[in-house]
Write a protein that binds this ligand. Structure first.
Ligand code: SF4
Ligand code: SF4
Length: 360
């Protein structure tokens, strides 16, 4: 779901002051709880936080955003979205009626027959399972629960069974590269092929905690990763599984194991908050999944009040300038690419953005 709609972006920014349009992409985090305890979980390593925003409030905001021209919704989060299955089905039903693309990132351990059948019946577009290794012991160790591998294998069977009957849903993997799985990548492609997975997207580890540092790549690991991947090209082509692996290893804009810094980032203007928004489980509004603190809150407010509110306008202004936030030092590459594509839609001329902020 990384499409960027250049024409729509142009239309929106130029008409921003008319307050007609909302974001193109909305991320909703339906739950802050999780049933796993991954070593690299950055926000609540014990997976026990309980901070759910009422389902009705999520739904109301989603309906309003969809009436403001939303194109795509993604469910993911600081917790496991599938711990809130009724909200997922409510969103699926509305999205289907409004023609909004739907995607969900999940740990893949909570699918059952009834839920899977209903979700596919709504024509859900994309499911991304977090799978870092095809090896049972490695996967279970990384995810902190001994049942993870078996449950994921069961979910893959269910998803494949129902997506065939409804002719819907692309199935993809998301994998974090750590020192525990660099030897498993070739087998991961074979596992993906066997389970009819279309694409594997690899991501970096950001080491927020001492526990996470135990997974960081050393210099030797990085060399090994380069060597392993250089031998995998033919195998990957033969599986037919799409991937960012080769560009990721060669060009990833942040180091493959990044550490948080408290220095403001010096990167080009970030245009993400002009077309994206994230709603966190407690109703917090943030511009992206990587942003470290709430910018505003949806509690007691409409979508429009937050989207065009003073706090979001101030954030947009700061992100157009030279000094960003410390978290922007580890901005995920997908967001940077989207921001660049947005800037390209205006040939790098940011005057319309500055104009939209006048008299905010
Ligand atoms: S599945 Fe995600 S939310 Fe759950 S413990 Fe793992 S990283 Fe954290
Ligand atoms: S982390 Fe990236 S997308 Fe988020 S505000 Fe910073 S630069 Fe923008």
């Amino acid at each position: 779901m990384n499409e960027i709609y250049s024409d729509e972006i142009r239309e929106r920014i130029e008409g921003f002051k008319n307050k007609k349009f909302g974001p193109l992409f909305l991320e909703i985090y339906p739950s802050s709880r999780c049933n796993l305890n991954c070593i690299y979980c950055e926000l609540h390593p014990e997976g026990t936080l309980n901070q759910n925003f009422p389902e009705d409030s999520f739904e109301k905001l989603f309906v309003e955003a969809s009436e403001m021209g939303l194109k795509s919704v993604s469910l993911s989060g600081i917790g496991e979205p599938m711990l809130n299955p009724s909200l997922i089905l409510r969103i699926a039903s509305i999205a289907r009626k409004k023609g909004i693309k739907t995607s969900m990132v999940t740990n893949g351990t909570l699918f059952n027959e009834s839920f899977t059948k209903k979700l596919m019946g709504y024509g859900w577009d994309e499911i991304i399972l977090s799978v870092d290794s095809p090896k049972k012991a490695t996967l279970n160790t990384l995810r902190g629960r001994p049942y993870t591998y078996d449950k994921i294998v069961n979910s893959l069977k269910l998803i494949n069974k129902y997506r065939k009957s409804f002719d819907s849903t692309s199935l993809n993997f998301h994998s974090v590269i750590t020192n525990k799985n660099i030897g498993d990548l070739a087998d991961l492609f074979l596992f993906a092929q066997k389970n009819q997975v279309s694409k594997i997207t690899f991501d970096s580890l950001v080491t927020y905690s001492e526990k996470m540092k135990t997974l960081a790549l050393s210099k030797n690991d990085e060399e090994r990763l380069n060597l392993e991947t250089s031998k995998m090209k033919n195998l990957v082509d033969q599986t037919g599984v799409l991937t960012n692996l080769f560009s990721f290893v060669q060009e990833n804009p942040i180091r493959r194991t990044a550490t948080l810094s408290d220095k403001p980032a010096q990167i080009p203007p970030c245009l993400v908050p002009w077309f994206r928004m994230v709603i966190f489980p407690g109703g917090d509004a943030r511009p992206c999944c990587n942003f470290y603190e709430p910018v505003d809150s949806f509690i007691g407010k409409s979508f429009s009040e937050v989207w065009f509110g003073k706090k979001m306008m101030e954030l947009r202004e700061r992100l157009l300038g030279a000094t960003k936030f410390p978290c922007c030092n580890v901005c995920p590459s997908g967001l940077l690419i989207q921001s660049k594509t947005c800037s390209d839609a205006f040939s790098g001329d940011l005057t319309p953005f500055h104009k939209a902020l006048e008299n905010k």
